[in-house]
Write a protein that binds this ligand. Structure first.
Ligand code: FAD
Length: 449
């Protein structure tokens, strides 16, 4: 308790680590407190018995995510392109069709409807200022309906709506009826546009980090050394004019400034004294997390590539309706990753491990044939099961939240500052957004101490 820190950072995900890295560079006395026994937060690379690895949380990076690429450069880490050579599959009502490029084999009315919806999202989102979306002249109007409401108004084809739902769920990890249309536009805008968030090439899924997405986090943690304490869950924060006292089970520290780098749903578990203003509480209560399972089937070879397939599947049936080729860069193993999202993810959580594996393998057999049953290993991970995440990829907003309360998200309260991907203007919900938010708050704090 005796020593006084310049800054304590709560949370060692990319936001907290990036903030601490900047503060350390500025030679400030900084301490990072992390509840888990590892760093990375929503980024977690698991080593496999076969010697390969899988990213159970975040994995992709893409153009425009400059700070992430800069981090890789700093630590001499490599990235490699997401595998997309060959044909994708559309598995619909039990029928399987393969196709080249981005345009799925749909009847013309469905194709036109889908194309128009995506173009509209792109056009409308570009009119939003990500730094102050609530100032948009149509903020209230767009924020009064859900993404589903907008789809129902503008898309006539049921098939197009179903496909748009698959894309939307992959981007937001919630059903379109769970989020506001305005928030969906803002989120797309913060990563450039809907196309960018959806695509592999020139999109947010363009590349993967060689060795796993948590490598840069581990490098920052290494440099922090004893300035990082794992298994230190912060329970209570008390501030007065002098500074902040931070308490957890068996520890207590004092600091001049504090940066929270945890998602809003977990901020609500930390007792703040005096209490945070109601403007923040009202907002935090309206920022639930999405729901995602990532399911990995590991094979001795990427056998689907021999059949000219790139591993990408969109389907309207089963728990996993979106599949990617997640094999290592050298193709030494074959790894298929199936997303289970939103309602399917919540239903999946009710199954046993054996039932989950059976469901995923049955879908993969439908998509890729009997060879898909012969896995070397299977592993999955559901982020809504995690005490220190409570869902993923990030916090979402329903109607009437961003336009009327969003402006309170980043505002400091006395000595308390707020980082985390949810507070990011650019790349909100992504690792890049987390890093930017950490740098932003470190910069703000450095101006004050
Ligand atoms: C399945 C999945 C797939 C994703 N895919 C991608 C992707 O491909 N590309 C991409 O860019 N992003 C992706 N994301 C999103 C990305 O992971 C997040 O945006 C980013 O990692 C968030 O970083 P953060 O630092 O803001 O929060 P977090 O990573 O959540 O870090 C917060 C940290 O705070 C800790 N903490 C919480 N409460 C306390 C407390 N009371 N005391 C101390 N510590 C506490 C937590 O343990 C955690 O380590 C994905 C996420 C998931 C889960």
């Amino acid at each position: 308790m005796d020593q006084l820190y310049d800054v304590i950072v709560v949370g060692a995900g990319y936001a907290g680590l990036s903030a601490a890295q900047r503060l350390q560079e500025a030679e400030k006395k900084v301490l990072v407190l992390e509840a888990r026994d590892r760093v990375g937060g929503r980024v977690y690379t698991k080593s496999l018995a076969s010697g390969s690895y899988v990213d159970l949380g975040a994995q992709w990076i893409g153009p425009g995510q400059d700070h992430m690429y800069a981090l890789l450069k700093t630590y001499d880490l490599q990235h490699f392109p997401t595998y997309d050579q060959g044909k994708s599959l559309l598995c619909w009502d039990g029928k399987r069709k393969s196709y080249n490029g981005l345009i799925p084999p749909l009847p013309l009315p469905a194709l036109l409807s889908l194309d128009r919806a995506i173009k509209s999202m792109n056009r409308l989102c570009r009119t939003i200022d990500p730094a102050a979306p609530w100032q948009h002249p149509r903020a209230k109007q767009w924020d009064s309906m859900t993404l589903q409401g907008w789809m129902d108004q503008t898309m006539m084809s049921q098939k197009a709506k179903q496909l748009f739902t698959i894309a939307a769920q992959a981007i937001y990890a919630v059903h379109p009826s769970e989020i506001s249309f305005f928030f969906a536009l803002y989120y797309a805008r913060s990563g450039k546009d809907f196309d960018t968030l959806m695509n592999i090439r020139q999109g947010a899924q363009e590349s993967r980090i060689l060795g796993g997405a948590d490598l840069p986090a581990k490098k920052i943690a290494e440099a922090l050394g004893h300035q990082l304490r794992l298994s230190h869950a912060v329970r209570k924060v008390t501030q007065d004019m002098e500074g902040v006292v931070v308490k957890g089970d068996g520890f207590q520290y004092k600091t001049r400034k504090l940066i929270f780098a945890v998602p809003p749903v977990l901020l609500q578990q930390i007792q703040c004294n005096p209490a945070l203003p109601s403007s923040k509480w009202q907002l935090f209560q309206r920022m639930p997390m999405g729901a995602v399972w990532k399911c990995y089937a590991i094979y001795s070879t990427p056998f689907w590539r021999d059949a000219g397939l790139n591993g990408l599947v969109a389907s309207n049936n089963g728990h996993t309706r979106l599949v990617f080729d997640n094999s290592p860069a050298d193709g030494s193993k074959g790894i298929l990753m199936g997303f289970v999202l939103a309602d399917e993810a919540r239903a999946f959580s009710l199954l046993s491990e054996a039932e989950r594996k059976a469901s995923i393998l049955s879908s993969l057999v439908n998509y890729f044939g009997p060879e898909a049953a012969a896995t070397e290993a299977y592993t999955d991970h559901g982020w809504q099961e995690e005490e220190w995440s409570r869902g993923c990829y990030a916090a979402m907003m329903g109607p009437h939240t961003l336009s009327s309360m969003g402006m309170h998200l980043r505002t400091p309260v006395g000595h308390l500052h707020f980082a985390g991907t949810e507070t990011a203007e650019e790349w909100n919900g992504y690792m890049e957004g987390a890093i930017r938010s950490g740098y932003r708050e470190a910069h703000l704090v450095l101006e004050m101490i």
